[in-house]
Unconditional design. Structure first.
Lengths: 305, 322, 329
């Protein structure tokens, strides 16, 4: 009996001693070159998003260059990324857009992760009808053409109903269609862990369900969740870019997708408008993908003799 | 065999609520866009009251929303996709668009699979080599860029700057590219296919590589080598077969996603497919057309998924039991 | 018969990992006579499995045989070309792996896995190979073999899977069989059956068997001669009865003390400490950090394998002075 108690204490201590597990993971992460590069890129973009707007020459959505006679100019010292036909300075806009794109990525990820983990854990733990329904719903979301529905929702709602929301509308729509993949994974992991012995041991000692869930199970699913969340940020940013490029985003808030939308019709002459914001997207998303991969390697140790 | 049939039936049954779910979402959101009459009025010039009345009856606007949904669904099942606000029936336009989209998607998918699987296997077998790093880097780039943006970049280089390839449409209008009407469609296909193939390749290579690495680590591969089977047999007949099942799923899902993702790429190339049509329709609030296209694409995606499930079941018989 | 079928000398197999070079085998030697049942014993991480993999030259990446000599039937294996090795694998030597759930391919039927090997080495037609496969299943004691032949591994129990793994290893009548912890993953009751089966088959086929295990009980039951391995190095080599009665190495003594016996009244002794770090192993004698008799010289100088007598070797500085406790059998 005391051995049983020992086993449970050990598991709880392991959750607390998870601090040292993280330390091990951190060391592994540092060794992974691409993960570190990804981290650096992400930090760079966060800095650009936060501080950039204060440092650039032209405020957001400003057509000032038109009046300066620079409209449609190629990249130069004054305008490092060139100028749009409409007079918008591409460099300033790209920098300004960083915070908006990051906002969409991070906010959508936050919402989907919280909902996904909560629903997934509950579904995986309390089996039965609820769990099966959730499974069905997540499978449904896997299968349907989400981008089309996102576009439809964005168009309809932005025009007709929720006019004032701007990018937040996009965040909400992306979240609506995005929570299911995390929920699916979390449900699977919870199911797997639930049947493991350390949980049964704790339960036999009288631990109640929520204590079990939070002290024992959730810490063990954190690793895959962190990885998925990081990769999700990348995915949401890419989706936002397509949505805005096609003209379904918020025309009043600069995002990289919006820049591409504005630049595309004139790409034959002002190709820089399409190049630079796109590059920003690629590098930013690359950063999150590399970071996610690095985290995945660090947090999921694979036995190597 | 029986379990396979049962499995397929189970999957079919699953698809029905999914289809209904999409139908409901599409219809009700589309409906929220406003009274169809107002939308149509925006499309037509000066409809007479008689026409308006006829339209009202046609759209059952006197009935409550959920009843309208059922009418719409009923029409759907009978193949009637309604009439777009431009006046033309939806169904008649969908055919050519579908063909154009599928042309691009299927070609790219085939190329991506045919190239991607061997490359992924090669990368896994030569882990940590320079080629492996090169391949993984290329893959992760492809994975991190918006598909349509790559399209724009290639257009800038190959169409505007070099003039080697056309930049829009699936077919030329007056003068065939490369001087031949037979070659013309091919010329138009090259750039969008290249873009889509590269991006699909990125995912497939990564996936195959990851799964192969996982499988090659397994005991049964070691045991197969210990039995004297050749490296080639072990890699292709054993390891790949084991690694391929999740890849099959992802390819299937990816096909569905690609179909759904067509809008960006097709808009860039003015490729007259379903994605492009959808985008235009949505921007114009041509709701019946939007709904019609969504339903068609959903059906295609569901069919693709069913085929994927079938292939998966053939490759990995364990799945028919669960 | 005193003919040596397998002669390993000074084998070093290293794994070149991101964290460093893991010296899985670091100067290991082994001699096996034809027809013998020999044991290779040690804790997990001692290099036992790597030995079998090294002989068949299937050491998985990032591992590599760095130095040494492995002679099979007098021929040096380490210099053979890959296709020559492939002719030997499965045909002249085979391995039974520890976990039958992972060592059988989950996607193929039992029949296919056996037939593939039979057709490869024996040049049989598919029908003949199938018949052989059936025969093999009967030989390893599987009931209702026709049905089992068509089954997938996940439809079978652990014991049955291991029997099939054994059947696979024996399918082409190898002369040398490595049994790598064949019963560790099985229920205790099934363990006994599988061991019985191995013993019986070894006698029937006059096969040479190397039993790799951490369980001294299995060593006592199944082997005539045993090599004790620790951290990739040989600690002691002797006939099984001699080893049990008068062990000369502290590690062997500790292993023996850790085996419970019914008559025992005192508490089981645990070997203190952990398995050594194979990337930077201890200096001098590899076992010194856990040895109760260790002295200064053990930290500084690595002991060489010395002869206690003609058939008994030990690598310890103090084997002459220590009087260690064995188990009277």
């Amino acid at each position: 009996m005391s051995q049983l108690r020992e086993a449970v204490k050990l598991s709880e201590r392991q959750s607390r001693r998870a601090a040292s597990q993280w330390a091990v993971a951190w060391r592994r992460f540092r060794r992974n070159k691409s993960g570190v590069i990804g981290c650096a890129i992400v930090v760079f973009f966060v800095l650009v998003a936060l501080i950039g707007p204060f440092l650039v020459a032209y405020p957001a959505r400003s057509y000032q260059s038109l009046y300066e006679g620079d409209a449609g100019d190629p990249p130069s010292f004054k305008h490092p990324f060139g100028v749009e036909i409409s007079g918008i300075d591409v460099f300033s806009e790209t920098v300004d857009a960083a915070k908006n794109d990051l906002y969409v990525g991070l906010a959508a990820t936050l919402i989907t992760t919280v909902i996904g983990v909560a629903l997934g854990a509950l579904a995986g733990y309390f089996k039965g009808a609820v769990s099966d329904v959730l499974l069905g719903v997540t499978q449904m979301f896997f299968v349907i053409p989400t981008l089309l529905l996102i576009l439809l929702f964005a168009r309809v709602f932005s025009v007709l109903v929720f006019k004032g929301l701007g990018l937040t509308l996009i965040v909400l729509i992306l979240s609506f269609f995005g929570w299911s993949s995390i929920a699916f994974i979390v449900r699977g992991e919870t199911l797997r862990l639930k049947d493991m012995e350390f949980v049964q041991a704790a339960r036999s000692l009288g631990a109640r369900s929520f204590r079990l869930l939070f002290r024992h199970i959730v810490p063990n699913i954190l690793s895959p969740v962190i990885v998925i969340a990081t990769l999700d940020i990348a995915g949401f940013i890419l989706t936002e870019v397509v949505v805005s490029f096609l003209g379904f985003g918020d025309p009043n808030t600069s995002t990289w997708g919006l820049l591409l939308n504005e630049g595309f019709p004139y790409v034959r002459t002002t190709w820089w408008v399409a190049l630079f914001p796109g590059l920003a997207v690629v590098i930013c998303v690359l950063g999150f993908n590399l970071l996610g991969d690095g985290l995945s390697d660090a947090l999921n140790p694979r036995l190597r003799e | 065999m029986a379990s396979l049939v049962r499995y397929v039936i189970r999957r079919l049954l699953f698809m029905i609520p999914v289809f209904l779910g999409v139908a409901i979402l599409t219809f009700f959101v589309g409906n929220a866009a406003g009274n169809p009459i107002n939308l149509i009025r925006a499309g037509l010039r000066n409809p007479s009251p008689a026409v308006l009345n006829a339209l009202e009856v046609y759209y059952h606007l006197d009935k409550p929303v959920w009843l309208r949904f059922l009418y719409w669904l009923w029409d759907l099942i009978h193949g009637n996709l309604g009439v777009s606000t431009s006046g033309r029936p939806v169904l008649s336009q969908i055919g050519p668009w579908t063909f154009t989209t599928l042309e691009l998607q299927i070609l790219s998918l085939i190329l991506a699979v045919v190239i991607g699987i061997p490359v992924g296997v090669f990368s896994a077998k030569h882990q940590y080599s320079k080629s492996d790093y090169a391949i993984t880097s290329l893959a992760i780039f492809g994975y991190s860029m918006p598909t349509f943006w790559l399209g724009i970049m290639l257009i800038i280089i190959f169409s505007f700057y070099l003039g080697w390839l056309p930049s829009n449409g699936a077919l030329s209008v007056s003068y065939p590219w490369w001087g031949s009407w037979a070659l013309d469609p091919i010329a138009h296909l090259i750039l969008p296919t290249a873009v889509l193939t590269y991006v699909s390749l990125a995912t497939i290579v990564r996936l195959v590589r990851a799964n192969m690495l996982e499988v090659l680590r397994q005991d049964y591969i070691l045991a197969a080598r210990a039995s004297g089977l050749s490296e080639r047999t072990v890699t292709y007949r054993y390891a790949l077969r084991n690694a391929i099942s999740p890849v099959v799923t992802i390819i299937g899902l990816g096909f569905g996603a690609a179909m759904a993702g067509a809008p960006g790429l097709e808009t860039t190339f003015s490729w007259p497919g379903l994605g492009y049509a959808f985008t235009q329709a949505a921007l114009n609030l041509d709701i019946p057309l939007v709904q019609g296209i969504t339903i068609i694409i959903t059906i295609m995606v569901l069919v693709a998924n069913l085929i994927t499930d079938l292939v998966y079941a053939v490759v990995d018989p364990r799945v028919t039991v669960t | 018969m005193d003919e040596k079928i397998l002669e390993i000398s000074n084998l070093r197999t290293y794994f070149f990992t991101e964290a460093g070079v893991v010296k899985a085998l670091d100067g290991m030697s082994l001699e096996v006579n034809r027809g013998q049942a020999v044991g290779l014993v040690g804790e997990s991480g001692s290099g036992k499995s790597v030995t079998a993999q090294s002989v068949l030259r299937i050491v998985p990446r990032p591992g590599r045989i760095v130095e040494g000599s492995v002679k099979f039937e007098g021929e040096e294996l380490l210099t053979k070309k890959e296709d020559e090795m492939r002719k030997l694998r499965g045909r002249k030597m085979a391995i039974v792996f520890q976990d039958p759930t992972t060592s059988l391919n989950p996607l193929y039927t039992v029949e296919k896995q056996l037939v593939d090997i039979l057709m490869l080495h024996r040049d049989l037609t598919k029908e003949d190979a199938s018949k052989q496969a059936l025969h093999l299943l009967e030989r390893v004691g599987i009931q209702d073999p026709e049905r089992r032949l068509k089954a997938y591994p996940h439809e079978l129990s652990g014991g049955m899977k291991q029997r099939i793994a054994i059947a696979r290893a024996l399918s082409c009548d190898p002369m040398l069989l490595f049994a790598d912890e064949p019963t560790t993953n099985l229920d205790v009751t099934i363990q006994a059956q599988v061991l019985e089966l191995l013993k019986q088959l070894q006698k029937e086929l006059s096969m040479t068997m190397v039993m790799i295990t951490h369980d001294m009980g299995i060593i006592a039951d199944m082997t005539e001669r045993v090599t004790v391995l620790y951290a990739g190095k040989v600690m002691e080599v002797a006939d099984t009865s001699t080893l049990f009665k008068s062990p000369k190495h502290p590690y062997t003594e500790a292993l023996l003390k850790a085996v419970p016996s019914v008559k025992q009244t005192r508490a089981l002794e645990v070997i203190p400490g952990n398995i050594p770090n194979l990337i930077s192993p201890p200096t001098g004698c590899v076992f010194h950090p856990r040895c109760r008799y260790a002295k200064d010289i053990c930290v500084k100088t690595e002991p060489t394998l010395e002869n206690v007598d003609e058939k008994h070797l030990v690598a310890c500085h103090f084997w002459r002075e220590l009087s260690l406790e064995g188990k009277g059998r």
